[in-house]
Design a protein around this ligand. Structure first.
Ligand code: AMP
Length: 137
């Protein structure tokens, strides 16, 4: 499968559409999931164009997991979360809906989380949560 340069995360990386950012560096961007499965649901994406983990270079994969660890710690601290779930879907059969690799950081348990990519949260409440996460770095 060819990388779709017009997928929604590619557009976010090019700043063609907005996101509620909590972290950015040369290789990585982290922002709030607009259809959160729990309060504080955050996404971490590499800037490298890759659909799944199978397409990602080793260097990007290594950097990405370090940044997932960093952002997850900020989510945990900023939201005073007891537990953090990480998940990452590869391919439509696995439930992946956006074809640019990303890790999900979900405060709490996936077992009690809301449905995947279904209900939009309002921007103001996401921004307020993002501000708490930013203070967790
Ligand atoms: P996946 O199904 O693993 O590909 O996850 C894609 C995630 O992206 C879902 O949890 C969606 O709620 C989320 N999402 C889709 N569009 C946007 C967007 N524009 N900004 C932030 N999150 C998004």
């Amino acid at each position: 499968m060819t990388y779709d340069t017009n997928n929604i995360f590619a557009k976010i990386l090019r700043k063609e559409i907005p996101c509620i950012k909590v972290y950015e560096d040369e290789h990585t961007l982290a922002f709030m999931d607009i259809m959160p499965q729990a309060e504080g649901h955050t996404l971490v994406i590499p800037k490298e164009a890759a659909i799944t983990i199978h397409d990602l270079s080793d260097d990007s994969a290594a950097n990405l997991i370090i940044k997932v660890k960093l952002v997850a710690a900020a989510v945990k601290k900023g939201l005073n979360a007891d537990g953090i779930t990480l998940f990452q879907l590869n391919g439509e059969q696995a439930g992946q809906t956006v074809p640019h690799i990303h890790f999900h950081i979900l405060p709490g348990s996936y077992l009690t989380a809301k449905a995947h990519a279904k209900i939009n949260a309002d921007t103001d409440s996401l921004e307020a949560i993002a501000e708490k996460i930013r203070k967790g770095f």
